[in-house]
Design a protein around this ligand. Structure first.
Ligand code: ADP
Length: 408
């Protein structure tokens, strides 16, 4: 058994997952929430293991506890207590390494990196570019190192996969000195998921990754699309921050920046108000009152015009990026959909690619509608572009990358 612990730490919560990398299966997972509040909550799920081979794991039991959790260090003690009381035993399944999701690696980190004191300083310094995320990620790292002092800790950056973008794709057309002084460029996010999906797709099709041109749509609450050429990210829709690109649950995606100048001058909106408007009150939520695509679909069925418009705007943007990336790549072999919307909303997948018949893309309606869990083809046999649904697994990808550093 090769246990690896994966940590995804936010400012007031963290998620964890213990995986056995021999079978790529999850042994346990959990969520520690409301850190810093008097009524903290910790839930811990143990997965029963298959007896023969790497069959899918199945849910065994979840237990929730309510107790005060003053800080991340206390949160890790709660996690250790949960392992001790509910299992699996961390003495028998001691993690050989701990992998940490870190949102921003700037232009500095392009691969999974062993966390040394210097790396911690760098992650902290990159908080300038990700003030909400990097400090929270670092709090998780510091606390996890106290809980597991004797194993390597590895940082896996959301931005790292996109460090292969060529300058033409990552450079914004603004004054170069201003851009350089403030590190304004496209970084791209969701990299762990885009990498995982592109590699799963190639393996599933039995084709060499380095020969494939791929477009990966990660459509969750946050959403982004990446053009992947030979396994390398060459263009991606999120930019300096995760705000750019596609229409998302609560984020606007692309908007003319001059609209913000106008709102500041004419409506007297402050920078913080504009930030809140575009990040938290826009996207599907801003257009139709819910950030959940299921509500939008239900609204359309009821004849709600706002829901119809929200769906149409969402799909219009998907098509624009599909077309742009077909042009950037000079065609595609594979188009994949992943994350909450991408994996579960056939209507979105069909609408996004409906007009691409001229480029050899043909969705098979039955395959697209079929309810299934695993990786699957949803294009017709005649389609020259293979369209896939690929369930993403960011924890597994972080664990793989962690292992590649801990046991090179
Ligand atoms: P996150 O970005 O928070 O990780 P997920 O990848 O879990 O998000 O995606 C969450 C979104 O997926 C939900 O907001 C919802 O819009 C969408 N979703 C989940 N299940 C379905 C479904 N069956 N049909 C349509 N949309 C779904």
């Amino acid at each position: 058994m090769t246990p690896v612990l994966v940590i995804n730490s936010g400012s007031s919560s963290f998620k964890y997952q213990l995986l056995d990398m021999d079978t790529a299966s999850t042994l346990a997972s959990g969520l520690v929430e409301r850190i810093g509040a008097p009524d903290g909550v910790a839930s811990h799920t143990v997965y029963a293991q298959p007896t023969d081979g790497p069959a899918p794991t199945f849910l065994d039991a979840t237990r929730s506890r309510e107790l005060p959790i003053p800080d991340h260090t206390a949160g890790f003690q709660v996690m250790l207590d949960a392992f001790a009381s509910d299992g699996p035993s961390l003495t028998e399944h001691a993690p050989i390494a701990v992998g940490h999701r870190v949102v921003h690696g700037g232009a500095r980190f392009f691969e999974p990196t062993l966390i040394t004191p210097l790396v911690e300083i760098n992650i902290d310094e990159l908080s300038v570019l990700a003030p909400l995320h990097n400090p929270a990620n670092l709090a998780g790292i510091v606390a996890a190192k106290k809980a597991f002092p004797d194993v390597p800790h590895v940082a896996v950056f959301d931005t790292a996969y996109h460090q292969t973008l060529p300058p033409a794709a990552y450079t914004y057309a603004i004054d170069r000195e201003v851009a350089a002084a403030h590190r304004i460029r496209r970084y791209g996010f969701h990299g762990t998921s885009h990498k995982f999906v592109a590699e799963e797709a190639a393996a599933f099709l039995g084709r060499p990754l380095d020969e494939l041109k791929q477009i990966v749509f990660h459509l969750g609450n946050g959403a982004s699309v990446t053009a992947v050429d030979g396994g390398r990210s060459v263009d991606t829709s999120m930019g300096f921050t995760p705000l750019e690109g596609l229409v998302m649950g609560t984020r606007s995606g692309d908007i003319d920046p001059a609209a913000l100048f106008h709102l500041a001058r004419r409506a007297g909106m402050s920078i913080d108000e504009l930030d809140d408007l575009l990040n938290k009150r826009s996207g599907l939520l801003g257009l139709a009152g819910s950030n959940d695509l299921r509500d939008i679909q239900a609204g359309i069925e009821r004849g709600d015009e706002d829901a119809r418009l929200a769906f149409d705007v969402y799909v219009h943007r998907l098509r624009a990026y599909a077309g742009a990336y077909l042009a950037q790549l000079g065609g595609a072999d594979v188009i994949s959909f992943t994350a909450g919307v991408g994996e579960n909303a056939p209507l979105v997948r069909a609408a996004a690619l409906e007009t691409l018949g001229f480029a050899g893309v043909q969705i098979d309606p039955e395959r697209n509608e079929a309810r299934a869990r695993g990786i699957r083809i949803i294009s017709t046999d005649a389609s020259t572009v293979t369209v896939l649904v690929v369930p993403t697994d960011e924890e597994l990808e972080i664990a793989r990358q962690t292992l590649s550093v801990a046991r090179p």
